[in-house]
Design a protein around this ligand. Structure first.
Ligand code: PLP
Length: 395
């Protein structure tokens, strides 16, 4: 039947995180006691003040098509947020609101990348970057990192990856899947390399900005010389536990914002009206409203890192943000456990699912074949049990 489908869709890979979540659900439905640590969403409810804003919007009849680029009041609120949290001076004309940061990223790829353009991806990277770039005709150029370098690239690695075809670099900080956070000093050193290549644009995905235990956060656009060549991507999904509301946004040079608006005007039109009104309340709120959630994530991070470090053969760093750990499991490659030979991270992850009933995601999906991603967006009790099971089946 694939003969009837376009080459475009046949070439596209299925999202491995969603595939693993679906498999875990299926096994659960069959009665298996599966613990899923595969999905990337907070296990908290959307804060009440945001839900109230949405209810009010329904009562006030925010029910018609929205401006393609987003409500003016929301764009103004996003500008205030960028100033307050990131010291960035975006104007409403620099802002485009979309149906999730995923659409923001898709728009950027479609409006910036031509066939054959290279896009540098520090690996590990978020799964969808690779496919979104490929779909636009771009060539992802992976720059590998490891636990030892805290999964961050160096200026020398960046420079070595640049060719005359390099169009952009895409990265997230805090990073999904590694949880690594680039400091201002590290970003300044990378920016120094980019000074020599003025035609390279940066996509800075800051969706995990507030789930950050490092005490500092730096938007690369705030580094001198970078503002006019950076597209800052953010959204409310992770910080405000609003994954289903589907609102993301960008701050970008005006010509890029205009192009993204043109793009989504033909594809989805403006984002959902009620969710946009609710997002005004979210982005206007002082980030301290998130302290409870962030400290719960930090407690879990400490718990999970501590427990995993007790498992022989797993190597991991201490991630400073997001809600994932990304242990290196390669010491198990080539070994046979309970009759199963583990050749790679895919096998390892499937082994944990089959033997421990714990769903994780292979690092391969994120461009690092030595690791697996474990999401700790669940209770300490469940995390403790999951890691106990993992330890048991690896013993
Ligand atoms: C790094 C990163 N960027 C973007 C997104 C997409 O966010 P949204 O739910 O707003 O589309 C995710 C979601 O998992 C993510 O992890």
């Amino acid at each position: 039947m694939n003969n009837f489908l376009s080459d475009r869709i046949n070439k596209l890979s299925t999202s491995q995180t969603l595939a693993m979540a679906a498999l875990a659900r299926e096994l659960k439905n069959q009665g298996k006691d599966i613990i899923s640590l595969s999905l990337g969403e907070p296990d908290f409810n959307t804060p009440d003040f945001i839900k109230e804003a949405a209810k009010k919007a329904i009562d006030e009849n925010y029910s018609t098509y929205t401006p393609v680029e987003g409500y003016a009041e929301l764009k103004e609120a996003i500008c205030r947020k960028f100033k307050r949290d990131n010291n960035l001076d975006y104007k409403p004309s620099n802002i485009v609101v979309s149906t999730g940061a995923k659409q923001s990223l898709y728009n950027i790829a479609q409006v910036m990348i031509n066939e054959g353009d290279e896009v540098i991806l520090p690996a590990p990277y978020w799964v969808s970057y690779y496919e979104i770039i490929k779909m636009s005709g771009g060539i992802p150029v992976e720059v590998p990192t490891s636990v030892e370098s805290d999964f961050k690239i160096t200026p020398a690695q960046l420079e070595a990856a640049i060719t005359p075809k390099t169009k952009m670099i895409w990265y997230s900080s805090p990073c999904n899947p590694s949880g690594s956070v680039y400091s201002r000093e590290e970003l300044t050193a990378l920016a120094k390399v980019l000074e020599k290549y003025p035609n390279i644009f940066i996509v800075s995905d800051e969706i995990y900005e507030h789930i950050n235990f490092s005490g500092t956060f730096c938007s690369v656009a705030s580094i001198p010389g970078m503002f006019d060549r950076t597209i800052t991507v953010n959204g409310v999904a992770k910080a405000f536990a609003m994954t289903g509301w589907r609102i993301g946004y960008i701050g970008a040079p005006e010509f890029i914002a205009k192009a993204c608006t043109k793009m989504q005007g033909q594809v989805t039109s403006g984002a959902n009206s009620i969710a946009q009104r609710a997002t005004i309340a979210a982005v206007d709120a002082d980030p301290s409203v998130l302290n409870g959630m962030v400290s719960a994530f930090k407690g879990r991070r400490d718990l999970v890192v501590g427990l995993i470090k007790e498992i022989p053969g797993l190597k991991l760093n201490t991630p400073e943000g997001a809600f994932y750990v990304f242990p290196d499991v390669s010491s198990y490659f080539g070994k046979t456990l309970r009759g199963t030979t583990i050749n790679n991270a895919d096998d390892f992850s499937m082994y944990l699912l089959g033997e421990a009933n714990v769903a994780t995601v292979t690092g391969d999906a994120f461009g690092n074949p030595n690791c697996i991603r474990i999401s700790y967006a669940t209770s300490e009790e469940i995390l403790t049990e999951a890691i106990r099971r993992i330890k048991e089946v690896l013993a």
